[in-house]
Design a protein around this ligand. Structure first.
Ligand code: 5GP
Length: 126
């Protein structure tokens, strides 16, 4: 499978510093920042700095170090915001939209961390 990455996407511009962001956390390989249009009181996006389109691209082609850093950065945001349900936090929802069916708008792989209220059903009933 050949993945094609669009260098002009908005998150690529954020990584290059061309567009400002509200950074929550930064690691060697990842950046976490507040979503510009939050859908819950807590809405943080975690992105790898590398050029990956979506989850399957990331897992197929990122190094083990990048994948571990992404997993740990995501956890570090959860810890920083005090969301861990096992430690008295409220809990959270982790979402990674991919492609058309997933309704992915920005073609740079990202995870949404949502919390701050009870989020309701995972998907609305159609
Ligand atoms: P997707 O639908 O691709 O999973 O989610 C893309 C997310 O990126 C949306 O929640 C949207 O609000 C957010 N977003 C789009 N443009 C910007 C931006 O310029 N800055 C930030 N911080 N978030 C953005």
């Amino acid at each position: 499978m050949a993945y094609s990455y669009d260098e002009s996407n908005i998150f690529a511009k954020i990584i290059r510093g061309e567009i400002p962001n509200q950074t929550v956390l930064e690691t060697e390989h990842c950046l976490a920042f507040n979503d510009i249009a939050p859908q819950a009181p807590v809405h943080v996006l975690v992105i790898p700095k590398g050029p990956y389109v979506n989850w399957d691209h990331f897992v197929a082609e990122a190094s083990a170090e990048e994948i571990a850093d992404f997993a740990r950065a995501t956890r570090a945001v959860i810890e920083k915001l005090g969301l861990e349900p096992g430690s008295g936090g409220q809990g959270y929802r982790l979402i990674m939209n991919s492609g058309e069916a997933g309704v992915q708008e920005v073609p740079h792989f990202h995870a949404h961390i949502l919390s701050g209220r009870v989020l309701g059903r995972m998907l609305p009933k159609d």
